[in-house]
Design a protein around this ligand. Structure first.
Ligand code: GTP
Length: 417
């Protein structure tokens, strides 16, 4: 495969076996150490009508009391008129790995009489975060970039058992190109297993019908079977039907678990038979946190960025066009044209000279050939003259011809003549 003309030959890459240990097999460890030292940063947004258990689920997910218990607002209190955006950050650590977790909450979403534009402040907030990042990228000094972009959006669906509501569809449609959407069926313990299955199917077909893109874990080539199975299992649970609880309860068989206790038994948060919480955590934290960050940066942000820059570029182009001086443009075109002509002329001259040279060398060659023939003939004639001279002398002196002379003379036929 390294023959001439193959891409491998063009790029001059050859495969070599190492003679001994060099050390670059240690690269992954270097990257590992470095990223652990730097720590990780993840921003999750939670959206959904109030009371669906958003705060509880975040506390459950990251095993921390990120959210204090909220007191419901008294009826007399002034309720905010718009969707608010609040963010809380916390540094959490697990086995020496630090994670700065930021949760963006959106209280008020879906809480109004008219919720037509509930999605708007949320889109604006996500875009503002992209803009802030873009602005940092364009700075001269890009040493300390702060990345506040939202890496995932957990969208809480009310466990109605019917289908998606208009507000759900509208929100997801507006947001799917800006953020990794992860749909969640809240408070799954309020439905039976069968109801959950049916509801999931409805939600999925609604999502498909409205061409909404939700986050799908990517699969790579050459992935081992275990990973493939894990991916498939996670994907099969979307939308995750979850139960949240940040308190521990006693099970009838004497275990202490995170869950919710009912007169008929205990719903365990971390039990895969009871709900999809474990799979959600696996997707969001254990397996795909980096994938979510990467997709946010490489696809969602990149699209936003290029659209924004293109938008700016078009107006810039217009102004440039107006400023262009037509005379300068003509002059520029003429210089280009002249240069092209000069080049053509030079090329033609070169060809002409080459042809002349060829002709000259051919003529010289035939001249030499002619000259050589001429010399040969002259020599032959000279020789004949000498022989005749010799013969004449012998005849005059009366000496007989030697046999050699005889045959010679016969062959040439001079005597006969
Ligand atoms: P806002 O802060 O008003 O937006 O509400 P929220 O969505 O953050 O809900 P929160 O976590 O405060 O929970 C609301 C109520 O639902 C609390 O009484 C929780 O104990 C309860 N709750 C939370 N998760 C679950 C769940 O999975 N199942 C059930 N049945 N109840 C839950």
């Amino acid at each position: 495969s390294y023959q001439n003309g193959s891409p491998a030959a063009l790029s001059n890459v050859v495969r070599k076996k190492l003679m001994g240990y060099v050390g670059f097999a240690n690269f992954p460890n270097q990257v590992h150490r470095k990223s652990v030292r730097k720590g990780f940063h993840f921003t999750a947004m939670v959206v959904g009508e109030s009371g669906l258990g958003k705060s509880t689920l975040i506390n459950t997910l990251f095993n921390t009391k990120l959210y204090p218990k909220k007191e419901p607002l008294p009826p007399s209190a002034d309720r905010p008129q718009t969707v608010a955006i609040e963010s809380i950050s916390a540094d959490i650590e697990e086995n020496g790995v630090r994670l700065r977790l930021t949760v963006v909450d959106t209280p008020g979403f879906g809480d109004f009489v008219n919720n037509d534009e509930s999605w708007k402040p949320i889109v604006e907030n996500i875009e503002a975060r992209f803009d802030a990042y873009l602005e940092q990228e364009n700075r001269v000094n890009r040493q300390k970039m702060v990345d506040n972009r939202v890496h995932a959006c957990l969208y809480f669906i009310q466990p109605t058992g019917h289908a998606l509501k208009q507000i759900d569809i509208e929100f997801m449609r507006r947001l799917h190109s800006k953020v990794n959407l992860i749909p969640i069926i809240a408070k799954a313990d309020t439905m039976t297993d069968e109801e959950i299955l049916l509801f999931k199917q409805r939600v999925l077909s609604d999502i498909e019908h409205h061409n909404i893109r939700i986050f799908k874990a990517p699969t790579y080539e050459n992935e081992d079977e275990e990973t493939l199975n894990e991916n498939e299992e996670i994907a099969s649970k979307i939308p995750f039907a979850v139960v949240g609880s940040d308190t521990e309860v006693d099970t009838p068989d004497g275990r202490k678990v995170r869950g919710r206790s009912y007169p008929w038994g205990v719903v365990e948060v971390d039990n895969e038979e009871h709900c999809d919480f474990v799979k959600l955590r696996q997707m969001l934290v254990r397996t795909y946190m980096e994938e979510l960050r990467e997709h946010t940066n490489d696809v969602l942000y990149e699209n936003y960025r290029s659209e924004k820059l293109l938008g700016m570029g078009v107006t810039q182009d217009h102004s440039v066009f107006k400023e262009v001086n037509p005379a300068a443009k003509v002059a520029e075109e003429r210089t280009l044209h002249d240069a092209k002509l000069a080049k053509m002329e030079a090329e033609m001259k070169m060809v002409f000279q080459q042809k002349v040279q060829e002709k000259e060398s051919k003529l010289k060659q035939s001249e030499e050939e002619l000259y050589a023939r001429h010399r040969e003939m002259k020599e032959a004639l000279e020789k004949q003259r000498a022989e005749l001279e010799d013969k004449k002398r012998r005849i005059e002196t009366g000496r007989p011809l030697t046999p050699e002379n005889k045959s010679n003379t016969k062959k040439k036929g001079f005597l006969r003549a």
